[in-house]
Design a protein around this ligand. Structure first.
Ligand code: NAD
Ligand code: UDP
Length: 332
């Protein structure tokens, strides 16, 4: 696919990544520093970990700032780009921290936009497929307004992100900041917190430990899983575009949760059984992005096959658990 002309980020650029010590943020920081960008990673560590950016510590291009974005952001300008990812993201985390999640989306996003306004930076909001809620349109194009229960337990995340989008769009309309919104779909890979309850780390950890895989409901609900390197490439291309979005970033290869469980058992060689647990309230039945806009505007689509991404994730989780020896060799 021929890529449209996009700005790239490299030597001389100054970029802030909020939530940079989290799963996706740390991969972004790695990529930006590798490309020669001066990076400030701002993170409160509420769900992230310093270990995720340990490989960057000491690099003159990298500064870690431990701070809650709700308390204001103090990074010296001028800045070229702010990538605003700071927010709890896994259902387990945001249900445990409902108020902090709403604050991150409201006060935190305000602070990040104000920093962009002060420093002249372009601003990318890491929004989410959760703005579509339990979608009534499938697959989900960016023009779909969503089906969100505004007072259900998941609303602390969904509505925080919807508010973040509204705020971002208003700063743009008011001529205050050059903004763009990414709607990220389920992303997986090494550095997901093993205990964050999301389906990939949960299934892989259970399979490697010989525990039953906890399939929610009958497991017929679907997700479309994108490997983190591909998501990072999509986010950087979107930041380098002139568009304002929203643009879906994710994979459009849809899988049921039961199919995912079978794949994880295959890759780990595990004899774990499946146990069906209660479906969480308002758990979306189906999820798959319409990627037409990302193809056209960014010349982007994910490249890593799910199986390959899962193999890399299994190897990383096995290392973390000290269980690398139990994984069967994969055919070349
Ligand atoms: P994560 O929990 O690993 O990372 C989030 C990071 O933000 C953590 O390091 C956390 O400590 C930090 N953080 C949270 N609140 C903060 C605050 N108030 N101040 C400073 N730091 C704060 O989650 P992730 O999967 O890496 O998600 C990153 C972003 O991408 C989130 O905004 C999330 O909504 C979005 N997203 C992720 C996915 C996905 O599948 N991973 C899908 C859709 C959207
Ligand atoms: N899920 C599951 N078992 C688990 C964790 C999650 O079956 O141990 C299901 C969950 O109910 C949802 C899907 O897997 O239907 C994806 O869940 P995840 O928390 O990873 O992401 P999200 O619901 O935010 O898409």
């Amino acid at each position: 696919m021929s890529a449209p002309a996009l700005r790239t980020w490299g030597r001389g650029d100054r970029v802030v990544v909020t939530g940079g010590a989290g799963f996706v943020g740390s991969w972004l920081c790695d990529r930006l520093v590798a490309d020669g960008v001066r990076v400030w990673c701002v993170d409160s560590l509420i769900t992230g970990s310093r270990a995720n950016v340990a490989g960057l510590e000491g690099d003159p291009l990298f500064t870690f700032v431990e701070a809650d974005v709700c308390d204001g952001l103090d990074v010296p300008g001028p800045l070229d780009l702010i990538m605003h990812l700071a927010s709890p993201a896994s259902p387990l985390h945001y249900l445990r921290e409902p108020l902090a999640t709403l604050q991150a989306g409201s006060r935190g996003t305000t602070q990040a936009l104000d920093l962009a306004a002060r420093t002249g930076a372009r601003f990318l909001l890491a929004s989410t497929s959760e703005v579509y809620g339990d979608p009534l349109v499938h697959p989900q194009p960016e023009t779909y307004w969503g089906n969100v229960n505004p007072i259900g337990p998941r609303s602390v995340y969904d509505e925080a992100k919807r508010f973040s989008e509204a705020l971002t769009a208003a700063y743009r309309r008011e001529g205050l900041v050059d903004t763009v919104i990414a709607r990220i779909f389920n992303t997986f890979g090494p550095r997901m917190a093993l205990d964050d309850g999301r389906v990939v780390p949960a299934f892989v950890t259970q399979a490697l430990s010989g525990d039953p895989l906890t399939v929610a409901g009958d497991g017929s609900q679907t997700r479309s899983l994108c490997f983190v390197e591909d998501t990072v490439e999509g986010l950087l291309r979107l930041a380098g575009s002139e568009g304002s979005g929203p643009v879906n970033i994710g994979s459009d290869l849809e899988t049921t949760i039961c199919e995912l469980a079978a794949l994880v058992l295959d890759l780990t060689g595990s004899a774990s059984s499946l146990v069906h647990v209660e479906l969480p309230e308002d758990d979306p039945r189906l999820r798959r992005p319409d990627l037409a806009r990302a193809h056209t505007l960014l010349g982007w689509s994910p490249r890593t096959p799910v199986r390959e991404g899962l193999e890399r994730t299994v190897r990383w989780i096995a290392d973390e658990l000290g269980l690398a020896a139990v994984i069967p060799a994969q055919p070349a």
